[in-house]
Write a protein that binds this ligand. Sequence first.
Ligand code: ATP
Ligand code: MG
Length: 255
Amino acid sequence: MTLSNNQANLMAEQPVERTIAVQCSGVVKEFGAGQARIRVLRGIDLEIYAGETTFLVGPSGCGKTTLISVIAGLLRPNEGVVSLYGEPTSQMRGNALVNFRAKNLGFVFQQFNLLPALNAAENAAVPLVVQGMSLAKAVRKANELLDRLEMGKHKNKYPNQLSGGQQQRIAIARALVHNPRLVICDEPTASLDAQTGHAVMEMLQELASAPDRAVIVVTHDSRIYSFADRIASMSDGQITSVQMKQESTLMLEGR
Ligand SMILES: Nc1ncnc2c1ncn2[C@@H]1O[C@H](COP(=O)(O)OP(=O)(O)OP(=O)(O)O)[C@@H](O)[C@H]1O
Ligand SMILES: [Mg+2]
């Protein structure tokens, strides 16, 4: 079938329906009190789309970790609204927020935040156990992911027996194990060699390619920029630009 010019034009004008995974509107975050009060997020407006991997980049101290902590509901904004998949999570309280986060969110912390008393497999299994799965079944699922991350032979080791890169992979397995709709990673490849970093990014990209899933990656790691669908740049508590892959590749290459 061939389309007339008119039909083709009409199709071209159809807006593409994209699910908004994260919407930040006028988000302000301050720390401290009185004279020592500092405004770290200074009115963030940002949309993150499902089906994409969005990178958040910017100089040290510009507020990246603070922003993703606010998005994840780990910090409450002083002003503004954060919605995840249309739900205003910044206004949720108590159990509603905890349950929403447990079901929908995977988070890789910059400092990993593993539980020292649990071994690698148990750490990675925590989100499933929190949702009520038996420990044995949760550990089996966690082990599948650890195998994919080439951590199979370290499953029974404790965090203090593992290198930074190995701990990072447990943190990544823990963020993915419950198949959350939104995965947020703070410098997920910082402790990884190039090959493992690539394998991790391939897993994240595969997850984000599903139409209802989204991945946010905070990074300084230029080795992985090619995995971004969109790059949001931050400076001094504000979003200064959001660019699609092709534009952003040019921008980053020009650095
Ligand atoms: N809990 C806190 N109390 C007071 N100040 C804080 C707190 N958390 C962060 N800050 C300050 O907010 C600013 C932004 O910190 P943030 O950790 O968000 O930066 P970042 O962009 O993630 O930096 P990096 O790339 O080094 O990880 C910094 O000046 C930091 O000192
Ligand atoms: Mg940070």
